[in-house]
Ligand binder design. Structure first.
Ligand SMILES: [Zn+2]
Ligand SMILES: [Zn+2]
Length: 437
């Protein structure tokens, strides 16, 4: 996304002047404020931490799809204190960085195809400091009839390939923590492969022949569960392991039913997925690993008779699982950027305590659910941080002008502040410095 040019910014400012009475009205009267909040976007939308949350990091299936709107496969599961990553294709470390979660230390691989694994070296090296002394632990399949290298062999090769980098940063210059760069590979078989803090991860065999073994995973926590298909053609074993699951996240491939093309034959077409969804009857069926990435499998899934809850995943779509299953779709995984912060009354950058301000920028979520954080550090190093979102008094979102406004509450007084905007996909902008008089 490009920043607005100067003439464009002037245009925005005259728009603010025209809008000012409306904006101030919205800030002052709760009745007007509610009109500025799009329906269905509560304060918990996006970004917020919950007990059992699944985030689709990458939803494109197959190799060689180099776009950034959909990156390759990766699913983040946050359950209680556990943060677990399932697969790590191209772009997945960048998605984790957008969410501030680059330090994830436990990765579960469904199989060893490149679109599920090629982000591993990046995550291993770039997430080093974030992991501190926690080892980088990767669970995945062993060698097999058509797999000359298993999860351990892959890990050994990755660690060896960058041993120079590891040696220098660990011992000579940066002195990064030694534990964080330990690449701990573990080969698994069907069954419970991880259990901690009430979170249980079960691997089950799927049918991605000739890729053997290949796994799907089920994560159980607090009486709820999510099941990931990995890459597979329809198999009874998945239906058995997914029994009673709350959320079933399944791959899909765009080929004609019954296609004999080799790539179609080891994946699942929408008509087959519809039958799987009907059989498992999850509280929410979700598509990921969509191949090709531009393909919408919905019409064929519906035509094939599945009428239950269905989400076509986009990158950074978040699913909260509990008494309700709530899906927050992310329309665009763009990182937001603030281009200007103005006084709502006159559209100038002169800001005073107690006033209403408007924040212009790009990458805000058009349907709302954005928030602003003001932070400052005093001379003793103490950090003050204040967040304004849709549950805050005086906050509003204006979709027509793509601006966020907020009244400066008493906790945001005179001084120098850094403002960041977080969109509904949980991505924060770089800081924008303002002075409040
Ligand atoms: Zn794949
Ligand atoms: Zn595959």
């Amino acid at each position: 996304m490009t920043m607005p040019s100067a003439p464009c910014a002037r245009g925005y400012r005259s728009a603010v002047r025209a809008l000012a009475p409306i904006l101030l009205g919205a800030a002052l009267f709760a009745g007007s404020l509610s009109a500025a909040v799009p329906p269905g976007q509560g304060p918990s939308a996006g970004g917020s931490q919950s007990q059992f949350k699944v985030t689709l990091l990458g939803t494109a299936g197959g190799p060689s799809q180099m776009g950034f709107e959909r990156v390759e496969t990766g699913v983040l599961v946050q359950a209680g204190p556990e943060t677990l990553l399932f697969d790590c294709g191209r772009g997945v470390p960048e998605r984790l960085a957008q969410l501030g979660s680059l330090g994830v230390s436990k990765v579960f691989l469904t199989h060893l195809h490149s679109d599920h694994t090629q982000g591993l070296p990046i995550l291993w090296m770039s997430g080093w400091q974030g992991r501190n002394q926690n080892n980088f632990t990767v669970y995945g399949p062993a060698t097999g009839p058509n797999q000359p290298v298993g999860t351990i062999g892959m890990g050994t090769s990755i660690a060896n390939a960058w041993a120079t980098n590891t040696y220098i940063r660990e011992n000579l210059v940066e002195k990064y923590p030694a534990g964080g760069i330990v690449y701990n590979a573990q080969e698994i078989s069907q069954g419970v492969v991880y259990s901690a803090n009430g979170v249980k991860v079960t691997a089950f065999l799927v049918d991605h022949d000739p890729v053997m073994p290949a796994f799907g995973y089920r994560v159980d926590y607090s009486g709820y569960s999510v099941t990931l298909s990995g890459d597979t053609r329809p198999t009874a074993n998945l239906i058995q392991y997914a029994a009673g699951t709350d959320v079933l996240i399944h791959e899909v491939f765009n080929a004609a039913p019954g296609s004999a093309a080799p790539t179609a034959a080891y994946h699942t077409v929408p008509e087959q997925a519809a039958a799987i969804f009907q059989s498992v009857a999850p509280r929410m069926a979700v598509y990921y690993h969509i191949a090709p990435a531009v393909f919408d499998p919905t019409p064929r899934t519906r035509a094939a008779g599945y009428a239950g809850p269905l989400t076509v995943g986009t990158d950074l779509t978040a699913i909260n699982i509990g008494q309700a299953v709530t899906v927050t779709t992310c329309p665009s995984p763009d990182t937001p950027a603030i281009s200007a912060v103005d006084n709502a009354a006159d559209g100038t950058p002169a800001l005073s305590a107690g006033e209403t301000i408007v924040v212009w920028g790009t990458g805000f979520t058009a349907t709302g659910g954005n928030s602003l954080t003001f932070s400052q550090t005093d001379s003793s190093g103490k950090v003050t941080s204040v967040t304004a979102g849709e549950s805050s008094g005086g906050y509003f979102w204006d979709a027509s002008y793509t601006l966020i406004g907020t009244a400066l509450g008493s906790s945001i007084g005179a001084g120098n502040w850094n403002v960041t905007a977080k969109n509904a996909c949980g991505i924060s902008s770089p800081a924008f410095a303002v002075t409040i008089h």
